[in-house]
Design a protein around this ligand. Sequence first.
Ligand SMILES: Cc1ncc(COP(=O)(O)O)c(C=O)c1O
Length: 475
Amino acid sequence: MTQQAENTKTPKLSALKRYRRMQRQVRVLFRKTKEKTATLAAKMSSKPEAESWDGADGEETVMTSGTSQAEGHANGKANGQKDFYEKFSPILNQVKKVREAGVYLYCRPIESGQDTEVTIHGQKMVMVGSNNYLGLTSDPRVKEAAIKAIERFGSGCTGSPFLNGTLELHEELEARLAKFMKKPMALLFSTGMQANLGTLSAIVGRGDVAFSDRINHASIVDGLRLSFGKTVKFHHNDMEDLERLLKRHQNADGRLIVVDGVYSMEGDLAPLPDIVKLAKSYHAKVMVDDAHAAGVFGAHGRGTPEHFGVEDDVDILMYTFSKSFASIGGVVAGPVEVIEYLRHASREWIFSASMPPASVAGVLAALDIVEKEDWRRERLWTITKRMQQEYKRMGFNIGASQSPIISIFVWEDFKAYKMAKRLMEEGVFVNPVVSPAAPPGKALLRTSYTATHTDEQMDFVLDKFKKVGKELGVI
Ligand SMILES: Cc1ncc(COP(=O)(O)O)c(C=O)c1O
């Protein structure tokens, strides 16, 4: 019976009843189509006989013979659809290849503390692959502060800072950091990743546009993805492109430019003076992720805004504690209205447990050291300049590095793995960075330095780079 005939036969049916009947008809039609598709899929399967059975949820599932019910459930194949796990294959195959070639270097378990030298499988090696810029992970004052905090406050906060997870220690650190970062207020997050996710997702609202450097850190990319606003990406450090986009979005409700102060893979800097100038011209706010600059850049270690003399023009400043501050956690500092808003709107802040006492106390102790011991920054820069010069002199391409992150370009992914493996055998820990973390064809070895590295350790690293670089035809 057609819908029209049905309707004329029952003219007094209420609109709601007609709607429900239509819904039922659509459901029947959907089930029949599904059955037909399943039969067709079974026929098309290379195995001739297909058996069907009722899955736990009552939905019909078709399996080709030779597949057990358990396997059918496990691999999720149903009605000729793709296996749920099938999409993992490209990455898993790649991992398998790298493992089989014996050059898989991720997640190497370190048996010692994170210091300028580490031990892996009983072998000592010089560490030039960490973000321990000031060498504070093993500082007795930082360790002692963390131990004392555990003794006084216990091992964890068991709750969100919004509810039971705020200790006096958190408030003390927020106040100290707001002062250090030269902003009215600061807010702690449990990681740097959460700081960016929780800030950007909350402050970039519907109708706003965020202008994000194309190679910004993943936490910025994902924070913007979670927001309700629009994100436009400008070419890396390309101010003409940024201006073009700012012009195009002049009518947006609000504009926020977001950049890394130091780019974590190539170690170059965002041109903050140009960025703040454009921000002023186009009425945009500026947020800087200074994960790799805190403690390192600026006469007092306050980061890239201090280094460039534009502290008052950067609206929101973010640090992580997983690098110079030798711990874990993150902080966002800015105007009172931003921080107060985050306290009541940031899901990553409200719905996640706060930094554990040991980490907070460790950061407080690290901050004391950052404020007092300028020699660490000075030493780090001496090492950095020397290593940049030496690598270049040997013929390595170190790209645009302007920081203690010095990347050695080897271009091909496999060569990066091979070279990192050979260096490890020779006693040097470095990280291979390949696509997609680096652009395709721009594979590199990421090296980074620590204020407490000795000259002898640096001589050793340079010797090994020369030896392995020649062996693999990189220089
Ligand atoms: C630029 C940048 N932002 C944010 C983060 C995230 O920080 P965390 O490791 O503390 O989560 C990192 C860490 O690698 C980073 O390099």
